[in-house]
Design a protein around this ligand. Structure first.
Ligand code: PLP
Length: 474
């Protein structure tokens, strides 16, 4: 493609003739000339420029031209309590004024990180009693990998280092977490995976079940596949199995019934740690506090982030068992330190905001809201199953996906994967709804505060967009 002729200097405000658009134009130009955007085709961005989001209110955000959008993905699956919560602003401001920064290295601590750790231990399953803070889900998963390796070295089993993950999993993009992720674009040309990991079949019944297989049979086959992989590699080499309770960023896919019980039993049988990546499911998304609670399994390590602070501040937490803690703690005594930690581990403003956010989720009963409004949301979305473009509507609580297919009967995908998805993404935006297109699936994950009237509005906007896409195709 031809790059439009542009010099950095034509973008300065004085060269922009349309004074009324002065700010947005100068912002757009500055964005194009200076920002490399995550998850964006940079050359396409140079042509079309950014959508500059200016402010938010409840489940809505507004761009700098005054257009309103329902934030159907809660930002990045994360703004549980909506986009203008004054209590979080106040909490952040007060903490900024009192102690804007301190670290937690070498025996130092501060109240917000202590209180939030205590709260997480209280909220998570009884066997999880210890917390390590990072600033992002990716850093949390990288930290988890290093903790597991450190632990197994300490326990005198240096060969027990491999991970089991799934195709289409999303665990982040740093070197170790990106290796655990099972999506081609996160590996391609990044030289990943860079750690020993084996990706198993994605537990999505609609796409990966065999002809005539029931859900229970599908689950049993996937568990048998995992066991075969463990035996082939040697159980003494497998350190951990990691999974999102419901796979989100790969396409919103709940596993078949019995899957997690089977995987949990394998982990116990072969002394493999079970890691639940709750970065999206955690704090109410499925209508239960955690995804592992919804599916009925107990991890040894839980990864949380996103809705932990409603993403008002960057924060993630790894919550883990006594066994993991004790092995690590003993080794720190032997070495004299735990040689791992971030400048912002347990950042006081982020942890203060996290604690207040969790209080709000509790006080407003947003987990129960996700269950109740979630049932309505799922039912309304399933009405779209009759739409000519729609192959599957799936999801639990306040997370869902609508998969578009070329042929409803055979489930045949489109010849050019992602094209219809991208068109639907633009069409929804034109109708005032922000979604995520994952291939040809449209993912939805609205703030937990959404009510039934707003769900109606969201589904109506989505339906209009799907109709536009269908018309455009014919
Ligand atoms: N784990 C899961 C399940 C996620 O969905 C994500 C992000 O979407 C991550 C980890 C990575 O988090 P971050 O983007 O904060 O690095």
């Amino acid at each position: 493609t031809k790059r439009p002729a542009r010099s950095r200097f034509v973008s300065i405000p004085s060269r922009i003739s349309k004074v009324t658009n002065h700010i947005s134009n100068s912002l757009a130009h500055a964005d194009i000339s200076s920002v490399l955007h995550p998850y964006t085709d940079a050359r396409a961005h140079e042509r079309q420029g950014p959508v500059v989001i200016d402010h938010g209110k409840g489940i809505y955000v507004y761009d700098d031209k005054g257009n309103e959008y329902i934030e159907g993905l809660a930002g990045l699956w994360s703004v549980a309590i909506g986009f203008n919560e004054p209590r979080l602003v106040k909490t952040a401001a007060e903490q900024m004024a009192k102690l804007p920064y301190y670290h937690t290295f070498s025996h130092k601590s501060h109240e917000p990180s202590i209180r939030l750790a205590e709260k997480l231990v209280e909220m998570t399953p009884p066997s999880l009693n210890h917390v390590f803070f990072t600033s992002s889900g990716s850093e949390a998963n990288d930290t988890m990998v290093k903790m597991v390796w450190y632990m197994n070295n300490a326990l005198g089993r240096p060969n027990k280092k491999k991970f089991l993950a799934r195709n289409k999993a999303y665990h982040g993009i740093t070197v170790a977490s990106g290796s655990l992720t099972g999506l081609p674009n996160n590996h391609r040309d990044f030289d990943l995976p860079a750690i020993p990991v084996r990706h198993l079949t994605c537990p999505h019944f609609y796409r990966f079940a065999e002809e005539g297989e029931t859900e229970v049979e599908f689950a049993a086959r996937l568990v048998a596949e995992a066991e075969a992989a463990i035996l082939e590699e040697g159980p003494e080499t497998i350190a951990a199995f990691i999974g999102e309770p419901l796979m989100a960023a790969g396409g919103v896919m709940a596993p078949p019934e019995g899957y997690w019980q089977g995987i949990e039993a394998l982990c116990r049988k072969y002394d493999i740690l079970l890691v639940a990546d709750e970065v999206i499911c955690g704090f109410g998304r499925l209508g239960t506090t955690f995804g592992c609670e919804y599916f009925g399994f107990t991890p040894d390590i839980m990864i949380t982030s996103k809705q932990l602070t409603s993403s008002y501040m960057p924060l993630a937490a790894i919550v883990f068992s006594d066994d993991v803690y004790n092995a690590i703690a003993d080794n720190t005594a032997k070495i004299g330190t735990f040689g791992h930690g971030f400048t912002a581990s347990g950042h006081p403003v982020a942890t203060a905001v996290g604690l207040e956010n969790l209080k709000i989720i509790e006080e407003r009963e947003l987990v129960a809201n996700a269950a109740k409004v979630g049932r309505f949301f799922q039912a309304r979305l399933r009405e779209l199953a009759d739409h000519p473009l729609v192959g599957e509507v799936r999801g639990i609580g306040l997370i869902a996906a609508v998969e578009m297919v070329a042929d409803k009967q055979t489930k045949r995908p489109f010849a050019q994967p992602g094209k219809i998805g991208a068109t639907a993404f633009s069409a929804t935006q034109e109708h005032g709804l922000i979604v995520r297109a994952i291939g040809d699936s449209i993912a939805l994950c609205p703030p937990l505060i959404i009510d039934e009237v707003q769900v109606d509005e969201l589904v109506n906007r989505l339906k209009k967009a799907l109709d536009d896409v269908a018309e455009w195709r014919s």
